[in-house]
Design a protein around this ligand. Structure first.
Ligand code: NAP
Length: 284
């Protein structure tokens, strides 16, 4: 039987740790604050933003909500970010993606002060990760490292295969696994023989965005399988990028969907907000 990596329990543990740290800073008079910006009313974004606000309230972080209309211009959004960058009482800034078509996402990401970029998307933070320097790390891959570490799974010396190369998940995931001394291969839509490459993995991370694509044919006997995907199937039930039923019996450890990687993202966002506060305090 594989070890089921319990993202619900591990994320709850991280949130409790963050809550205790936030309470300790509050005792010293600090109010850690995250500004959350949503443009338009995409229902999925609304759910994500709602969950982030709830998590802030739970751990004791103040959240400032900016709900801007769909027709907001790029200039208006950049002006708001510039104001928030300057505000002493704001430690973290998060812009919920995707943005409406009239706004250039890269311009917006680049406009956020890297010291407040709790999503870890700013090129300065990505560069820091690339060169082994301190900075914010994208929450989902950072959460996956926590899942592995806290489940007693070491990465050093292992063959790691990441399927997917997005800026938010695949690329930072590969860099983090490399930092943990894994031997890392990244697959994408142009990779030949993805099955054969994936089958080499001791640790396989599926961030491909295709429901249940990863079947047992992609998985080496005894591998650790991390499923980043989130989809709704025909019966409106959540499923991942991994065909859990066929794959799980062949693994030594696996994340379920739901209850695996999903809850880690917000827990790591909370963690990054405390880091943003600490960074400010250290550098004042
Ligand atoms: P994305 O931006 O769509 O990237 C998907 C990646 O998979 C791309 O790099 C793409 O290659 C690659 N790919 C697509 N089809 C492939 C194939 N047949 N073989 C090999 N590679 C293939 O997705 P994402 O933002 O990284 O997200 C991935 C999944 O994770 C989605 O299901 C998303 O909903 C989920 N997600 C979950 C969380 C969470 O909190 N749990 C957070 C973020 C994302 P190319 O680059 O060549 O196009």
């Amino acid at each position: 039987m594989p070890q089921i990596i319990d993202g619900k329990a591990i994320s709850a543990q991280i949130k409790e740790e963050v809550k205790a740290q936030v309470a300790a800073y509050r005792e010293q008079g600090a109010e850690i604050t995250l500004a959350v910006i949503q443009v338009g009313n995409d229902p999925a974004s609304g759910v994500y933003v709602g969950n982030k606000k709830k998590a802030c309230a739970y751990v004791g972080i103040r959240s400032l909500a900016y709900e801007l209309p769909e027709e907001t211009t790029e200039e208006e959004l950049l002006t708001l970010i510039s104001d928030l960058n300057r505000r002493e009482d704001v430690h973290g800034i998060l812009v919920q993606l995707p943005l409406p078509a009239q706004i250039d996402e890269n311009k917006v990401i680049n406009a956020i002060d890297p010291r407040k970029d709790v999503d870890g998307f700013h090129p300065q933070n990505v560069g820091a990760l690339c060169t082994g320097q301190d900075g914010f790390v994208s929450c989902t891959p950072a959460g996956i490292i926590q899942l592995l570490t806290r489940s007693g799974i070491s990465v050093a010396g292992k063959e790691c295969v990441v399927i997917g190369r997005s800026n938010i998940v695949g690329k930072p995931m590969a860099l983090l696994l490399l930092k943990e001394n894994g031997t890392v291969t990244v697959c994408h839509s142009k990779t030949k023989n993805v099955k054969e490459v994936a089958k080499r993995a001791d640790i396989l991370v599926a961030a491909v965005g295709r429901p249940r694509m990863i079947t047992e044919e992609y998985v080496k006997e005894g591998a650790v399988v991390i499923d980043v995907g989130i989809h709704r199937n025909a019966e409106n039930k959540l499923c991942g990028d991994v065909d859990y039923e066929s794959v799980a019996p062949h693994t030594s450890a696996i994340t379920p969907v739901p209850g695996g990687v999903g809850p880690m993202t917000i827990a790591m966002l909370m963690y990054n907000c405390v880091e943003a506060y600490r960074f400010r305090e250290r550098n004042q």
